[in-house]
Structures are given as C-alpha cells and as structure tokens.
Write a new protein. Structure first.
Length: 91
C-alpha cells in the first residue's frame, strides 16, 4: 500500500485519494447503466461503498451480463413457442 500524500488547501491538509485506473473493458450495456442509476438514486450508501471499494464496475458488468443472458433465454423460449403454435395452426 502506498503512503498517503497530502495537498495543502489554505490551512488544511487534504489527502490525495484516487481510484485506480478503470480496466480496459467494453462500455456497460443498457441494464448495467440502469443498475448504476438505480444505485445512485435509491441506494446512495451502497453505491458509494461499491465505488470506493472499486467493486462497482464488476457488479454492474455482472448485472448487465445476467440480464442479457436472461433476455436471450426468454427470446429462445418465445421463439420455440411460436414454432409450436405455427405447427398447430398449419397442421
């Protein structure tokens, strides 16, 4: 762990606290962005804790991937139901 450095602001010493550089990953999808705005608006303490512990982006990425996976499953199921209904109608 690096030692803390301080900046002088008037008569005060303010610690220079910075987050590490974000990973080079693709931007968040729709549901990751929605989760982030929900956390900001309705769960600000959880948002701040995740942000400061640098766990926010992995959490948002996981949420986005889970939602995309679930949507793909629903689309596959709906498509299979359409095929079955079409077979029943035309047979």
């Amino acid at each position: 762990m690096e030692p803390l450095t301080y900046s002088v602001c008037g008569d005060y010493l303010i610690p220079d606290i910075r987050l590490s550089d974000p990973p080079d990953t693709p931007p968040l999808g729709r549901y990751g962005r929605k989760r982030r705005s929900f956390l900001r608006e309705h769960r600000p303490i959880l948002y701040a804790c995740l942000l400061l512990s640098e766990k926010l982006y992995p959490h948002l990425r996981e949420t986005d991937e889970a939602a995309a996976h679930r949507l793909a499953e629903i689309a596959d199921r709906d498509q299979a139901e359409e095929v079955i209904n079409a077979e029943l109608i035309y047979d």
